[in-house]
Structure formats: structure tokens, C-alpha cells
Design a protein around this ligand. Structure first.
Ligand SMILES: Nc1ncnc2c1ncn2[C@@H]1O[C@H](COP(=O)(O)OP(=O)(O)OP(=O)(O)O)[C@@H](O)[C@H]1O
Ligand SMILES: [Mg+2]
Length: 287
């Protein structure tokens, strides 16, 4: 009942919500070295929600698992030019970006299985931590030269590790969004991530900030989830988004149909939550 009331309120609010483009392209890395916390679901569904709100959005799949590419129905077998070629062979990003079917303003730079070798191959390359940053900068320029519309958001999905792929993603972005699963071990490992972010800020990317923390797979019926959510809000009062993402079967089903939850079941509580979170992201002041 509580959920129905919340969904109804969300639907009403979203009817009048408009998405205003940011002043400059916002590059946001979705990171947490803990596996299965909802990084990919968040990157994909936020990107879909932003694009449906009229924003021009690129999602970069920086995870060799290629889950983002699968969820967005983007071809990503081993021969497809991908973020691997961008990082390791200096291919221009513009050559690997694909349009996402069904979502007009959304595009994706896919990851293929080749990317699993990149962690090691990158080690010996010059400017190994800056390769994604440089590729995005060149891509934004190339779009401009070709008269393509400016990108409003670039979202980068990370693998569950703190290796060179995640480092590249953190150097490329201005903002980090950390999804946290509302369960017992949620905060464990978070200090390691925050330490790494501090190190990157000190040495490689002085502008980097943790702009948003998002509670995922939130089950309002359990006291534990409420307790974890409260802990997260107490620790990060300014960063934690008001909107948390409920545990929803629709969110987990959508990728097997090559869809986002927004296209798969637009009226579901998961879709409404991601739309509300996306809107919240656009109205919070960009750091
Ligand atoms: N809100 C949700 N409700 C129900 N299931 C969810 C929700 N969010 C994610 N899932 C499911 O949980 C699993 C992990 O989610 P996801 O792949 O987004 O996490 P991840 O952090 O990207 O994982 P990895 O670390 O492997 O990259 C997936 O099966 C996904 O479908
Ligand atoms: Mg993932």
C-alpha cells in the first residue's frame, strides 16, 4: 500500500517535471568495487530516463562483462570496435559509439570480451590513466566539428574492481555516483573506494567529487534496509539522493529482453524510481 501511494505521488510529480540541460556536459562515473550493487542497472536506466527527458546521453561501458551493452541491445561480440580499441589502440571514440535502438537521444560505446585484457595491456602504455579522459575530450570536439548536438550527460559504467579501467573512468569524470545496495555489508569496502577517489583527486584529477550516492535494491519492508539507508544518509547527508531504487523484478528482467526498465515496463515502480532519480540528478546543483 505504501508503495502504491509512493508510485502514485511519483507519477504525478514526473508529469510536470521538465529536464533542463546542464550548462556544460556532465561526465559521471558510476563506481563501486563491490560486485552486484546495481552499477550497471543504474547507469543504463538513469541514461534511459535522462534521454527520455530530452537529454543527449552517451553511456560508456568500461566493464569487460559488457552488461551495459547487453542491456542496451548494442552489438558487442569480439569483432565489434569497442572501448578496448579506444583505450588500448587509441581508436577515436566516435568510431565505436553506436545508437541505442528505441531511444533516440541515447548512444553507447560498447565493451567486448577483449576489454578483459586491457587491465594488463594498459600498464605499459603512456598516459595510461588518462586515455579515457582524452578520448572523451576528443569525442566532444569531433561532435562539435561535425555539427552533432552537444552531449548533456556521459555516464561511465565501471567493473567491480579498482584496477586501471576504473581509474580511467575516475580520471575521465568530474563526478562519481556510488550505488549502494541497502543490505548489511553495504558500507564495508566503501572507505577503500573513497580512499582511492581521494588519491585520484590528489594526483590525477583535482576536480573529482562524489556528487551522488544512490540506494539500490531497497526493500522498504525490512528493518535492516531502513537502518542501512539511515546510516548512509547520516554519513553522506549531502550526497545521498532522496530517491532510492526499490527492489523490483522488472529491473532485473529488463536486460534479458535487451531493454531498459523504462521501455520494458514504463509504469513499474522501478521505472518510476529511475525517472525520479534522473530528475533529481538534473535539478541538484552540478558540483
Ligand atoms: N533494483 C533492483 N531490483 C531487483 N534486482 C536488481 C535491482 N538492481 C539490480 N538488480 C539485479 O541485481 C543484479 C546486479 O545488478 P547490476 O548488474 O546492476 O550490478 P553491478 O554493480 O553492475 O554488478 P557488477 O559488479 O557485476 O558489474 C542483476 O541481476 C540486476 O538485474
Ligand atoms: Mg555491472
Amino acid at each position: 500500500m505504501r508503495e502504491l501511494t509512493r508510485d502514485h505521488a511519483r507519477r504525478k510529480q514526473l508529469e510536470k517535471a521538465d529536464f533542463r540541460p546542464p550548462e556544460t556536459t556532465r561526465v559521471i562515473t558510476v563506481a563501486n568495487q563491490k560486485g552486484g550493487v546495481g552499477k550497471t542497472s543504474t547507469a543504463v536506466n538513469l541514461a534511459a530516463a535522462l534521454s527520455m527527458g530530452g537529454m543527449n546521453v552517451l553511456v560508456i561501458d568500461a566493464d569487460p562483462q559488457g552488461n551495459t551493452s547487453t542491456a542496451l541491445n548494442i552489438e558487442h561480440h569480439a569483432e565489434v570496435p569497442s572501448i578496448y580499441e579506444v583505450l588500448v589502440e587509441s581508436a577515436p571514440l566516435i568510431d565505436v559509439v553506436q545508437d541505442v535502438p528505441d531511444l533516440e537521444r541515447l548512444s553507447c560505446a560498447p565493451a567486448t570480451i577483449n576489454l578483459s585484457g586491457a587491465e594488463i595491456e594498459l600498464v605499459s602504455l603512456v598516459a595510461r590513466e588518462n586515455r579515457l579522459r582524452n578520448a572523451i575530450r576528443d569525442y566532444l570536439e569531433a561532435r562539435d566539428e561535425q555539427g552533432l548536438p552537444r552531449l548533456d550527460y556521459v555516464l561511465i559504467d565501471c567493473p567491480p574492481s579498482l584496477g586501471l579501467l576504473t581509474v580511467n573512468a575516475l580520471v575521465a569524470a568530474r563526478e562519481v555516483l556510488i550505488p549502494i545496495q541497502a543490505e548489511y555489508y553495504a558500507l564495508e569496502g566503501l572507505s577503500l573506494l573513497l580512499n582511492n577517489i581521494d588519491l585520484i583527486r590528489q594526483h590525477l584529477n583535482p576536480e573529482l567529487v562524489v556528487s551522488s550516492i544512490m540506494l539500490t535494491m531497497y526493500d522498504a519492508r525490512t528493518r535492516l534496509a531502513a537502518q542501512v539507508a539511515q546510516d548512509v544518509r547520516d554519513h553522506f547527508p549531502d550526497q545521498t539522493l532522496e530517491t532510492s531504487i526499490p527492489r523490483s523484478v522488472r529491473i532485473s528482467e529488463a536486460p534479458s529482453y535487451g531493454q531498459t526498465v523504462l521501455t520494458y515496463d514504463p509504469g513499474s515502480s522501478g521505472a518510476l524510481a529511475y525517472r525520479a532519480a534522473a530528475h533529481e540528478l538534473t535539478i541538484r546543483p552540478a558540483p
